[in-house]
Design a protein around this ligand. Structure first.
Ligand code: EPU
Length: 337
C-alpha cells in the first residue's frame, strides 16, 4: 500500500486542476485495501478514482482518495468460441484491449484509446463507436464497504444503462477490484456507428477484409482527430451525456431543425449534445481559462490555469443556454466534486 498525505492531484485528473487531497492511498491487492479501510477513522470521507478522466475537482478534497493498482490479467474460462478474462481494476483500459487482441480475443476494439482504467469502465459503462463496456462485461468483483463483504455482481445485476451502473448509484460503497470480460475468439467487425463506417471506407478497408487491429487504428485516428490530448489541453472527454427525448419532443424539434442528427434508442431519441451546444454558439468559445473545444463542442477544456469552479461555471452557462434554446436539460457525464 502506498500512502501519501497532502497529495497534489494535478497529475491525477485529466482536467489538470491544481487541487490536493488529505490522503491518497494506492493498493495492489483488495485485501490490502480492505485492511486499510478497516483502520480508517469513523466518518472518513472516501472517494475511489480510476485514471481521473471523468472527474472535475472544484476544491481540495478533505478526505481519502483510493486508487487501484491491481494490474493482473488472467483467462479464467474458455470454450471454442469465447474466453472470460479477469482483469485488475487498475489496468489501463487501452492496455487491456491491446492484450486481448494479442491473445486473439475480440469485442473491445471499438473502445480503443479511451483514457481511463478497467475499474472505472465498469462503473461508468464507457462507450464509443457503437459499443458499450456492458456488452462485454460478464461480472464485476467488488468489496462492499457498507456490508463489509466481498461480492460478485453478474452483468444483469449491474443495472447497466447509457453511462450508468448500480455502482454510480452508491458512489462510496463498492470498491471494484476485478472485472470479468467475455470476449469472442472470432472477429466480427462492429461498424454500425456511421462515423466509424465512413472512416473505414475512406481508409480503403472493407467489412470483409478489415481486422480488429485495423478497427483499433481507425478508432484511434478518429479520436485523435476530434478529441484533445489531455496531456496538452486538460479535459474530461465528453462533459455532458447525450440527452434522450421522447418521440413527441423529437418530432417538434425536427420540424424546426431538420438537419438535427439523432439516434433512435429503446428509451426514446438520443440527440447529440455536441450539436445542441454548437447550435447555441458555444463551440470554440473561451471564458477566462476555460473553454469549449473548437473541434467538438461536447468537450470542455482547461487552457492551463483554470480552476474547477471556472469549468463548472462554464458548464452551467452551457446547460442554461441549451435549456432556453431547445427546452432540453443536459446533464454532466463528468462527476463534479
Ligand atoms: N456534433 C456536432 N457538433 C459538435 C459535436 C458533435 O454537430 O461539436 C454532431 C456530429 O456531427 C455527429 C453527432 O453530433 O452528428 C455525434 O458526434 P460524435 O460522433 O462526435 O459523438 P458524440 O455523441 O459527441 C459520443 C460519446 C463519446 C464517444 C463518441 C463516439 C457521449 C456523451 N459521448 O460523443 O464518448 O467517443 O460518441 O461514439 O455519449 C466520452 O464519453 O467521454 C466520449 C468521448
Amino acid at each position: 500500500m502506498k500512502i501519501f498525505n497532502d497529495y497534489n492531484l494535478k497529475n491525477h485528473n485529466t482536467f489538470g486542476i491544481n487541487v490536493s487531497c488529505k490522503c491518497f492511498a494506492e493498493y495492489e491487492s483488495i485485501e490490502e485495501c480492505v485492511d486499510f479501510l478497516n483502520k480508517l477513522p469513523e466518518g472518513e470521507i472516501i472517494l475511489h478514482v480510476g485514471g481521473g478522466s471523468n472527474l472535475l475537482f472544484t476544491r481540495d478534497f478533505q478526505g481519502t482518495i483510493l486508487h487501484s493498482a491491481v494490474k493482473s490479467f488472467e483467462i479464467i474460462e474458455e470454450t471454442a468460441e469465447e474466453a472470460t478474462v479477469r482483469v485488475g481494476s487498475g489496468v489501463i483500459f487501452d492496455d487491456f484491449i491491446a492484450w486481448a487482441l494479442e491473445k486473439g480475443l475480440y469485442g473491445a476494439e471499438n473502445l480503443s484509446a479511451i483514457p481511463g482504467e478497467v475499474g472505472a469502465s465498469a462503473v461508468q459503462n464507457i462507450g464509443a463507436y457503437g459499443v458499450e463496456a456492458e456488452q462485454i462485461i460478464q461480472a464485476v468483483e467488488v468489496y462492499d464497504c457498507q456490508a463489509g463483504k466481498y461480492e460478485i455482481f453478474r452483468h444483469d445485476d449491474c443495472r447497466y444503462a447509457y453511462r450508468h451502473s448500480i455502482f454510480k448509484e452508491y458512489p462510496a460503497r463498492y470498491v471494484v477490484h476485478h472485472v470479468q470480460f467475455r470476449l469472442k475468439k472470432t472477429f466480427v467487425p462492429q461498424l454500425q456507428y456511421r462515423a466509424l463506417q465512413n472512416e473505414v471506407v475512406r481508409q480503403g478497408f472493407s467489412a470483409e477484409s478489415i481486422t480488429a487491429s485495423d478497427i483499433r487504428r481507425v478508432v484511434t485516428d478518429i479520436r485523435n482527430a476530434k478529441l484533445p490530448d489531455y496531456h496538452v489541453l486538460g479535459n474530461g472527454g465528453s462533459f455532458f451525456m447525450n440527452p434522450i427525448v421522447d418521440v413527441a419532443k423529437f418530432k417538434s424539434l425536427q420540424k424546426e431543425y431538420p438537419d438535427m442528427p439523432f439516434f433512435e434508442t429503446t428509451d426514446g431519441v438520443k440527440i447529440p449534445a455536441g450539436w445542441l451546444i454548437e447550435k447555441c454558439g458555444w463551440k470554440g468559445r473561451r471564458v477566462g481559462n476555460a473553454g469549449v473545444y473548437e473541434k467538438q463542442a461536447l468537450i470542455l477544456v482547461n487552457y492551463g490555469e483554470a480552476t474547477g469552479r471556472e469549468i463548472s461555471e462554464l458548464s452551467q452557462a452551457i446547460q442554461q443556454s441549451v435549456l432556453q434554446t431547445f427546452g432540453i436539460a443536459i446533464s454532466s457525464e463528468v462527476n463534479i466534486l
